[in-house]
Design a protein around this ligand. Sequence first.
Ligand code: PAN
Ligand code: ZN
Length: 190
Amino acid sequence: MSDLPFSFTIPIPHVIPSRVDNHIKRTLSALKGQFLDEATYNKMLNQEDSLIYEVYEIKRPEVEGELLMGISIVHPGKVGNEFFMTKGHFHSVLDTSEIYYTLKGEGYMVMETPEGETSVEPLSPGKVLYVPPRWAHRSVCTSRQEDLVTFFAYPANAGHDYGTIEKTGFRKLVVEGENGPEIIDNPRVK
Ligand code: PAN
Ligand code: ZN
């Protein structure tokens, strides 16, 4: 991999970066156990393993000092009344942070610390969100028809710990309420 400076473009409104080294697609089956309404989840999965989100990564060596960048696209939709979302994770190197810049769509970043402190920040175009070290993070798309598109950058040595969150899920969930999206406590987390 070259150590020379480089640039790339994120064209608006198309948003697929002009340079992509890896394209990850995550479907409903990757989110097993995460949506509260398991019966609806299973019914939907039996019909189709639909695409929920995609990540376009720009690769760099995964060492301290480097940054990993990319575009995350969460498609609109719901399982029962819970909006489509990413798996979410802690960074394996817990003391690493991340920057998200929202390009398109509406949604939330659901976050929590290992001690159980929570934060749910709205995302909308133009908003920069800073995820401090130690905070697990998951993006949720609440747009009816539009994708939630974010640009992210984080230390290349951070790594991803999905297992801790997979056990019980995040403490906060984003669901469709009577007057739009609502943030509720996850009854599975005691
Ligand atoms: C992002 C996320 C991306 C997909 O690059 O990896 O939005 O979410 P999951 O990794 O939770 O499936 C990031 O936060 N990297 O650290
Ligand atoms: Zn991250």
